[in-house]
Design a protein around this ligand. Sequence first.
Ligand SMILES: [Cu+2]
Length: 527
Amino acid sequence: MTRLLSRALGAFAFVLICAAHIGSPDTWFEGNAGPYRLLVHVSSPGVVPAIADISVRVYDSAREAGRVAVTASVNKFDAAGAPPPPEQAIPVAGDPELYAISLWVMSGGSNSVTINVSGAKGAGSVIVPAVFVASRRLSLDGPLATGLALVGLVLFAGIVSIAGAAAREASLPPGTPVDAARRRRGRIALGAAAVILTLALLGGRAWWRAEDAAYRRSIYRPMPAAASATDSSATDSSATDSAAASTIELRITDSAWVASRNESLPPGRSRGGFTPLIPDHGKLMHMFVVSDDLRAFAHLHPSTSDTVIFTARRPPLPGGPYHVYGDVVHESGFAQTLTAPLVLRPQTAEPSSGSRGDDSWHVTVVPATSGVTSSRETMVRWDRPVAPLVAGRPAPLRFTITDLEGNPVELEPYMGMAAHAVVMRDDRSVFIHLHPSGTVPMAAKRSFDLRTASDTVPGTLSRRVTATDSAASSTHAGMTLGNVVSFPYAFPSAGQYRIWVQVKRAGRVVTGAFDAEVTADERPAGG
Ligand SMILES: [Cu+2]
C-alpha cells in the first residue's frame, strides 16, 4: 500500500525541463511607459495556471514616492478576449522606486503584461510580452510522501476496522458477548470494506495518472530540429565566396509544422499550435552556433524559402562538436529557441574572428576571463559589480566600449539594436539572447503593440509586423548611441557562464567574450 501510494504520489521533485529561452524563463524588460522609464521583471511560475510575481522599477521616481500609481494586468494573446481590469501594484518597503504585484496566469503560451504608470510627470503604459509555459513537474517526494503514505495506511486500517466493528457489535447493548454469527458478519464487512476501499484507491490512482500524463503532455518543448553542415566541394579557401560555400543548416523536424508548410494551406493557416514566423530585426531566424567548449561562437542569419530549412554560410570556425540555437518568434509573440547538436569538420581555412554583413563570429584562443574581443581596434570592458553575482538576483550586465587607448568610441546600431548579448551556462542548460531592452524579442513586442481586435485570422497581423520590422531595421540612421551598453538580467542558477557581447563599430561587428561565476542564493527559500 505504501508503495502504491508513494508511486501514485509521484516520482521525483522539481524537474526543470526548458522554456522559451533555454533555462531562463523569466522576462526582463527595460523601456518607457509614457514619461517614465521602467524596469519590469516577470517571474515565470513554470506551471500554468499559476501566480506570476511581477516587479516594476520606476526609475527616478523616488521623489514622487507614494504618489506614483502602478497597475498591471496579464492578458493572453487572443484578439477576441477582453483584457482583465488592471490591479494595483504595492510599493516595496525599503525601495522607493520599486512596486510589486502578483497576478494569476490562467493559460499558457504567449501572454503579455500591461503596466500602467501615472504620477506627477503624467501617465503612460507599456505592453511587455511574456511567454508562460509549463516547464516543470511538481511532485511529492521524501519525508512528505512517506508521511502521507503512513497517514493513508492508518486511515485505511481505521476505516476497515470501523466497518468490521460496526457490523459485528454496533447494535449490541454494551457488555453483551459477541456470538459466532456476529463475528462472521463482522469479518465479511471487514473484507468488503477492504475490497471497496482498494478499488476506490485503484480508481484514484488511474485518475491521478491520467491527470499527470495530460500535464506531462502540456509541458513545453521547443519544436524538434536537426542540424547539419555541408563542406564546399573545393578544398582551397577561394571557394568560400562561390555558391558552393560550406553551409550550416537547421531543419525543423516537427511533423505538424512541416505539414503545414508543405501542404497548400491558405496563407497563414497555422497547424500544430504554432502561428507563422515573423521577422525579428529583419531576420526570421537568429542562428547561434557555439562549440561545446564555448571557444567558438557565431551569430548567423540563415535564409529560408519554406520556414522549415534554414541555411547559413559557414564561417571559418574550427572543427569539433557544436550546438546550434535558432531563435524564432511566432506571430502570436511566442518566442522559442530551437536547438540541435552539430559536428563541424575541420577546414583548411584558418579559424578566425570576423563578420560578413550582419553575420559575425568569434573564436577565442585563451580563456575569456578578461574580455577578449574579436577586433584589434576596439575594447569591450565589463563593468563588473564589486559584489559577487548571485543566482536569481538582478544584476544588470554593463559594458563600456573604447578604443585601445581607452577613449570612448562611436557605436552603430547592429540590426537596429545598440548591442546584442548571449548568456550561456557551460553545461548548455541556459541559453538566452539579450538586448538592452531585456529578454523580450522586439518582434514579440510589435506583435502585441500592433494587434487589433480584428486580427483573428493568422497571417494578417504578421504582414503588418513584417512591414514595420523592415521599416524599423532600415531607419536607424541618426539613432544616438553612447559607448555604454547595459542588459537587464538575473542569472537563473549558480554555475559557470560565458557571455558574448556584440556591438558594431565602423561597419564591423565586434564581439567580446567574458566568463562569469554565479553563486547560489544563500538566503532562505522564498526570501
Ligand atoms: Cu540580437
